[in-house]
Design a protein. Structure first.
Length: 273
């Protein structure tokens, strides 16, 4: 009898402490939590038509504008149109993702979510999945318009263009998620664009071949993912079959996106300081 009383007293002392302890954070990615996060983000996007228009229509508008800028020189449009087909989605996804993630943190949504049984990896993967779905639509629209409506002349398969454009959009999503951890406001998130996007835009080989740059600039361009996105587009532009260089370029862009997503999960903060 005394043993039972002692056990009950021990339970009474330890149970409140156990109940008051926070639940352990899951470390492994959970498909259920990831899909739930992606569904929530997509529902939020569905109630924000201006953001949807920015994501889906801006690349289409920019490609169309570019086509008519070079209306008298179709070869010029063919030369740079494929490259910009990958660059425009990257830029738009970077802007929207960085601002949307920062808004979730400043509003306290991330803090509430991370207080639940949800890891940072689930959150980042959910965002990447949601914006990746949008990126598919974005890339489909831009690629279909460029090839079949605007007359972009490519030797390779348009589906290969779509693959590179999609990977570029996913890379923009990953970069946006990553830099949002270092911004304290939406204005600061936009300010990261000159630091993250513009150097890649200048050194990616869009304006001049990378092997014609100064050696220092060429070396820098060799470690920037946008350079391989442009190279991949150019491979489709000039070759009928899938080349080894195209496979290399696609794998590098995909690997960079995965690496940046991992860094984004590691640096994600609950709230803005």
């Amino acid at each position: 009898m005394s043993t039972t009383n002692t056990d009950n007293a021990t339970d009474a002392r330890t149970t409140p402490r156990a109940a008051g302890r926070p639940a352990p954070k899951p470390r492994a990615l959970s498909p259920a939590r990831t899909l739930a996060t992606a569904a929530r983000v997509l529902r939020q996007l569905a109630h924000d038509p201006r953001t949807v228009a920015l994501l889906l229509l801006i690349p289409v508008v920019m490609i169309t504008l570019l086509r008519f800028v070079f209306d008298g020189s179709p070869r010029t449009f063919d030369a740079i149109g494929a490259s910009l087909l990958g660059i425009f989605p990257l830029i738009t996804m970077f802007l929207v993702t960085s601002i949307a993630t920062l808004r979730e943190r400043t509003s306290g949504t991330l803090e509430r979510l991370l207080a639940m049984p949800m890891g940072k990896g689930d959150l980042i993967a959910g965002y990447a999945l949601a914006f990746g779905a949008v990126a598919i639509l974005q890339s489909l629209l831009a690629t279909a318009l460029s090839v079949w409506a605007l007359g972009l002349d490519v030797i390779g398969s348009p589906w290969l263009l779509l693959i590179v454009a999609l990977l570029d959009a996913l890379l923009g999503t990953a970069l946006g998620l990553f830099v949002s951890a270092f911004a304290a406001s939406e204005f600061q998130a936009v300010q990261f664009m000159p630091a993250v996007i513009f150097p890649q835009l200048l050194l990616c080989g869009l304006f001049i071949a990378r092997d014609r740059m100064a050696p220092v600039l060429e070396a820098i361009s060799n470690v920037l993912p946008m350079s391989y996105a442009v190279d991949g587009m150019n491979e489709v532009l000039h070759h009928t079959d899938v080349t080894g260089n195209f496979v290399r370029d696609v794998l590098i862009v995909a690997g960079c996106a995965l690496l940046v997503l991992t860094l984004g999960a590691a640096t994600l903060r609950r709230r803005t300081a």
